[in-house]
Design a binder for this molecule. Structure first.
Ligand code: ATP
Ligand code: MG
Length: 470
């Protein structure tokens, strides 16, 4: 059941329509003039407004613009006896859901009404989602409804006020840096600095001086003395991103810092006490790195006092609608576009996508969708090309083949099998003509024949044969 306002100055049509709508179970308010219509819109909110285009001297388009201003989520259908292209375009531009030309069959308008109400229900759902997410399902800037995320929020809340070191692990784009910031900004140090050190971006030769600083003349090129990042972070938090990339030599120095809370600039003999909280992150398997002796075990334990593992987005799909709504809100403001929700098939696709790039990928998809959206709902054609159409199956063939299981895969044999099958398929496509098969694979005939031989699909070509191909 929906609340419908009907604005129609033709008494008989008004009665027929009102009766029909009531029979369908809707609650119907009727207005017989433009003025009456406006005052009803001011007094109550409706799910749907049906308005005649010509209301005495006044225009239903003004009802439309009034409704869209006062109750933007309300859908409007314009009824017109003068169904010109111009008025239709004007109505749609004004935000009408649709327009219906007189005379019409009741079944016809019933379908349009149903569609309009569906859309209305959907945008309401989007609004409810957004409200829920503003209240319950977020911690600072971090969105998450699933138990896994709620648990992470709890850990953050508990660990933030302490000075404990935290190690955050997880695939790229899962929100590690976001969590590090939340830890800092929910601690007593929040007014202190939050300093990010990307261990992968700083060359190893510069790392020590970046972290600990150096004095003038400490090495060639050190024309002035420079304060290190750990000292800059004094009183705050240092976020050591991609900690797995730190060299063994630097690991020793960092460990010493964590134990003694002092730093010594390169070229200096003076120890300086600093008060810094350390949060580290990595998308590498540090336990494995410890086993392979690429990462010091003692440092690992120092950093890993509290461990937060960010689950990949595909393992918490129920968060997707909330994240999507959050990003929709973000980009609709940034791009000043009046997009309010997602069409059902779009949400379905978003829910089933595999997100190798996790939340970052979803964020990029929504930015693209908002940029290309043409109406109040994001529709399929606004999605990035690779998400459209059949190909977007969540576990495509290539994903299956390239999946790395817990106990590992033998990459060489997987690649060899892929190559072998491509050769066989190309040969069959080319009806056994090798030159054509090579062309299908976009490789030289020579290399094709060599590969055939490699997989035992043809005798090894003689060196003479190979020369002939040149
Ligand atoms: N739960 C979340 N809620 C809202 N936004 C999120 C969430 N998780 C990630 N994001 C957003 O996704 C993007 C990537 O997050 P972030 O940079 O924290 O990931 P990361 O794990 O550090 O990735 P990388 O390993 O590639 O550095 C950011 O724009 C961040 O704001
Ligand atoms: Mg990061």
């Amino acid at each position: 059941m929906a609340s419908v306002l009907l604005v129609e100055d033709d008494a008989s049509l008004r009665e027929v329509l009102a009766m029909f709508l009531r029979k369908q179970g809707h609650e119907v308010a009727v207005a017989s003039s433009f003025e009456e219509g406006l005052s009803l819109v001011n007094d109550a909110s409706f799910d749907l407004v049906l308005t005649d285009l010509k209301l005495g001297q006044k225009s239903g388009l003004d009802i439309l613009s009034h409704v869209k201003r006062e109750q933007p989520e309300t859908e409007v259908i314009v009824i017109t006896a003068y169904s010109t292209v111009e008025t239709a375009i004007e109505a749609m531009k004004g935000g009408a859901f649709d327009y219906v030309g007189k005379p019409f069959k009741l079944e016809e308008i019933a379908v349009t009404i149903e569609k309009a109400l569906e859309k209305r229900a959907l945008s309401l759902e989007n609004i409810t989602l957004r409200r829920a997410l503003l209240e319950r399902y977020r911690f600072d800037q971090i969105i998450g409804k699933t138990p896994k995320m709620q648990q992470i929020f709890e850990t953050i809340a508990r660990v933030a006020p302490t000075k404990t070191s935290v190690l955050i692990t997880g695939e790229s784009g899962t929100g590690k840096e976001l969590v590090a910031r939340a830890i800092h900004f929910n601690s007593a140090r929040k007014t202190g600095p939050f300093v990010v050190v990307n261990c992968a971006a700083i060359p190893d030769t510069l790392m020590e001086s970046e972290l600990f600083g150096h004095v003038k003349g400490a090495f060639t090129g050190a024309h002035t003395s420079k304060r290190g990042l750990l000292e800059t972070a004094n009183g705050g938090t240092v976020f050591l991103d991609e900690i797995g990339e730190l060299s063994l030599a630097m690991q020793v120095k960092l460990l010493r810092f964590l134990q003694e809370h002092t730093i010594r600039a390169v070229g200096s003999t003076k120890e300086v006490k600093v008060d810094v909280r350390v949060v580290a992150a990595t998308n590498k398997d540090l336990v494995e790195a410890v086993r392979a002796q690429r990462f010091r075990e003692d440092l690992f334990y120092r950093l890993n006092v509290v461990h937060i593992n960010m689950p990949p987005l595909r393992e918490r799909r129920e968060d997707i609608p909330y994240l999507a709504s959050h990003f929709l809100e973000k980009f609709r403001k940034e791009l000043s576009k009046d997009v309010r929700g997602f069409a059902p098939d779009v949400m379905e696709r978003l829910m089933s996508w595999n997100y190798k790039g996790n939340v970052r990928e979803l964020e990029n998809i929504i930015e693209h969708a908002v940029t290309f959206a043409t109406g109040p709902l994001v529709t399929m054609d606004a999605l990035p090309e690779h998400l459209k159409g059949e190909k977007a199956s969540p576990l495509s063939a290539i994903d299956q083949v390239t999946k790395v299981e817990k106990d590992g895969v033998d990459m060489e044999s997987v690649l060899a099998e892929v190559e072998r099958r491509l050769l066989v398929n190309a040969l069959s496509q080319a009806k056994g003509v090798k030159k054509d098969a090579a062309a299908l694979l976009n490789i030289s005939f020579r290399s094709f024949r060599y590969k055939l031989a490699k997989y035992g699909l043809a005798p090894t070509p003689t060196s003479e044969e190979l020369e002939q191909d040149e």
